[in-house]
Design a protein around this ligand. Sequence first.
Ligand code: NAP
Length: 591
Amino acid sequence: MPDGKGFEAMDFVASAGVDPERVDAEALRERYRAERAHRVDTDRTAVVELTGERARWAADPFTAPVPRAPVADTVELVVVGAGFGGLLTAIRFRELGFTRIRLIDTAGDVGGVWYWNRYPGAMCDVDALTYLPRLEETGYVPRDRYASAGEILDYARTLAAQHDLTDLALFHTTVTGLRWDEGAGRWMTTTDRGDEIASTFVMVADGYFNRPRIPAIPGLDDFRGHTFHTSRWDHAYTGGADGGPLTGLAGRRVGVIGTGATAAQVVPPLARGAEHLVVFQRTPSTVGVRANGPLDPGVVADLAPGWQQERIHNFNAIVSGRRQPVDLVRDGWTDYHQAQRANLLHMEALRARVDATVDDPVTAEALKPYYAYFCTRPVFHDEYLETFNRPNTTLVDTGGRGIERLTERGVVVGGEEYALDCLVFATGFEYGTAYTRKTGFDVVGRDGLRLSEKYATRFSTLHGLMSRGFPNLFMVPGGNMQSAVTLNVLYTLDENALHAAHVAAGTRGRGARCFDVDAEAEEKWVAECVAHARDNAEFLESCTPNRFNAEGDLSRRALANANHPLPVLEFFDLLRAWRDEGSMPGLVFDE
Ligand code: NAP
């Protein structure tokens, strides 16, 4: 099946041997309710601060900082974050005539999540021809249908080089504050390297998944073995920096906590390298068919100009529920939506896939997810489930409770201690915490207004991107920030970058020193999000706890902290129409 040419299992339910007539829907729903019920009473939100000894879990293992003198100068745009969000912002601003642009990043290079996530097996789940931006401009043809993390990082470097974006970039530099100077009509950005950079505009594009999440597990610091987070992979310990086998793990017992999208990718290479691998599971993922394989180098040669935008639109239309005459991507994401398959049957097929793949019936049962499809982020992999057939791999299911504690020797679950030499945290990233905790710095706008105070109880934006009291500032929206969301995050990053660049160019074009958001327009935008904030609540409340449903308790989240109600393509059509209208309604300008 995985021939790399396309998704062949179009009738996934039938091919998995599921007979719709024999599915007991009510029994399954009852099982779903039970799986949720015994998870919601555990505290799933406690994380530890990565300071002191624990700072090692966030440190950069990839490149050493280079000493340099502090920078003090004035540019047109400061971009906080040099991942794809930052790069696309810089490119869009350049296209509208802004030249002096400084990217600032804690990392040692461009790439953002792809700089950090270099764990073995890391790749992108969105097909490369859709995911990698501006392929028609760079002329790059991805090697495989789904690109590896290394290929994506190289591509980010290619984009940065082609647009000369790194000449002013400051790497291994963490922003410590942003302050609006009303007199000068500028932002002042300060950093941990002593820099003071004035700029007319600022974009904060620091990513959704920028803080590694280490859960507050009792005994966390007692474990004497080696530990690291998947986004700070220790190749010096494991080997395999060149993409080869993890020779450093020979003879070692390795544990991995987590079974999400990252774990699914890292478990197979870990099992190949370690003497023994123990996978600690709290919630099983839905693991669909990946079907990766090489792309024909001539795959795009005969396509008409504009093919990538067409593909991106086709993908985003389908995954936001709009059936299309043709499915250009034909993979596990689009197949589910395009076939408009019943959620329950799809889940039955995924569970049948576990039975068909995993030999040991007890392990297979534990790996079956009992919740609705899209409660958690779907995963696609053709080796993850298979790995549990290896004699050197053990699944330890924690029955939804998480691991009990760490000891000097290893991990305890159900009163049993699993001795380990090394423990890998595939525990994801902080999500849904306060905005200025995510950024790591506060933003001080007009009249001393602090963003931490303004956003203390709820987000408040226009277009999910700008906020009153913070002139000439853009913030790339993360989840629930009153903007549109889609699986294809880079599409939203690029559209937001384009929108910000137009607002900045429009401000300059009017001869204004700054824009700010009109109070009424902002309230109206927030009200639209609030009005629809509970549209999806019934579904989310039926799900096992996870980051999409505020770990099982939606009341933890303010109503305004929601996505915009429009589907992604319609949302960006709305912004495009707003730009085309020309008068920039909802913004006020200081001459
Ligand atoms: P994640 O989805 O947050 O998964 C974290 C895992 O750790 C979950 O299995 C979680 O269990 C488990 N966990 C957390 N605390 C635990 C505890 N105390 N005891 C036991 N288990 C614990 O993180 P991720 O897999 O790194 O993925 C993060 C995001 O990155 C994804 O949602 C995705 O958007 C992105 N990603 C994308 C790709 C791609 O292909 N484009 C690849 C990898 C990641 P529960 O499920 O019970 O919470």
